[in-house]
Design a protein around this ligand. Sequence first.
Ligand code: SAH
Length: 230
Amino acid sequence: MKIAIMGAMPEEIAPILKKLSQYKTIDYADNTYYEASYKGIDLVIAYSKIGKVFSTLTASTMIQHFGCEKLLFSGVAGGINPSLKIGDLIVATKLLQHDLDITAFGHPMGFVPGGSVFVQADKELIEIAKDVAKDLGKTVQEGVIATGDQFVHDAKIKENIVKHFNADALEMEGASVGVVCKSLDVPFFILRAISDTADTDASFSFDEFMESSAIISAEFIMKMLEKIEH
Ligand code: SAH
């Protein structure tokens, strides 16, 4: 079993690389991929760079070029649901593109013909996450994650995303990764630790907590690997 572990920024995969005794570095398609073996599992690790386009490219490459059979995303997100505090984990049950807008033609937000508003994450991987949470005595919230090519730092935009999609958190890569995996029939899992609450002071909060939250998410993902059948 070959598993992809993906982040968007270097800080999101650094804690994972740190846990590995050795890895091989491969440059491909204008990005760097790391191959390693961890507890008998073959891993391909990469950060995509920020946003939907780069994350689409990286997810596709990990599956089609490197042959990954499952994909786990680890990273940080802005919290929308008030129950989510800095450092809390959220597991996506389903994701959507909040900035995909052809409403001018009568379509709902996030929808284009041939697609669907939501993409569902793999249920088995979510169950494994719940198991890991239980083992660690940690609370992991399940919820809807909204993805868009925008760092949201505005209460009004947040409200709009809630109105349309009832989302619990937002980020910039999850839904695009989900669409790739769904289309290529690869089970996927998106985990995020909260770095900010997407309002006026979000960029300051992000700068302060991104690294610590990225570690929380990465450590959880590593624990999940031990429970994934291979
Ligand atoms: N500080 C970075 C930019 C970070 S963009 C730089 O200067 O290079 C924010 C990243 O964290 C994205 O990868 C996104 O997925 C996630 N994220 C965290 N909080 C977010 C928010 N409030 N809105 C959108 N994405 C957010």
